[in-house]
Design a protein around this ligand. Sequence first.
Ligand code: SAH
Length: 257
Amino acid sequence: MSRGLRSGELVLLTDRKGRRYLVSLVEGGEFHTHAGSVAHDTLIGGAEGMQVRTTRNAELTVWRPTLSEYVLRMPRGAQVVYPKDSAAILMQADVFPGARVLESGVGSGALSLSLLRAGAVVLGYEIREDFAQQAKENVAGFLGLDATERYQVEIKDSYRGIEAEGLDRVVLDLPEPWQVVPHAAASLVPGGILVAYTPSIVQAARLREACEAGPWAAASTMEVLHREWHIEGDAVRPEHRMVGHTGFVTTARRLAD
Ligand code: SAH
């Protein structure tokens, strides 16, 4: 069912050159670019996908931002997990609605947003107060109240322990995930899944070694390569540029005692 754009909503304005602007609609507000301005009131009540003209006759298309568009534009303290990797992490961790997930560290909240949107109940451990605050604001800014009720962030060092029990999943994005492995083993249910994201393969190897020492099986490490294609008439070929590297995704499952 379609509903009109409302005051207070976030929208993404895109121009012909593919530039994107994230704007929060307010009654009486104005959006300005070098290509002219648009009154928010022209957008409020309108339909997603509508096209409008600026005062200097440039065309803009109006959308509600997707999660990945939001994540790449939201304020960030720490480096975020890229959407291609968040997608893989969700699938590797087999996140389901109501799953009890411990996430550490939460950083800017990009990965938290994906976990929450998949319906998980997320307990975040983060050592930096300012990042924890930023993550909570970013989550509220896109998912609103329903998700913030499922999102609790504590200022805790996950290398020192995990206080929760009966967790379904542990998802890590921090420098030394192997330090969390024994705590994850103590907190996960049998069959529970550990997933860690690491920029370096040396970190991944060290993590795998830690998993070999404990009640873990079905370990795997993978990376996601995302290559866009340029398609225009007969010019059909891969794009010249791609993001060459982000990180590795390592998964393991907790055995029964
Ligand atoms: N996945 C996040 C980014 C995490 S960046 C996102 O997508 O937005 C890594 C975070 O781990 C940083 O915020 C850092 O402060 C935090 N961190 C590092 N060591 C930690 C520890 N021992 N316990 C908890 N958080 C930790």
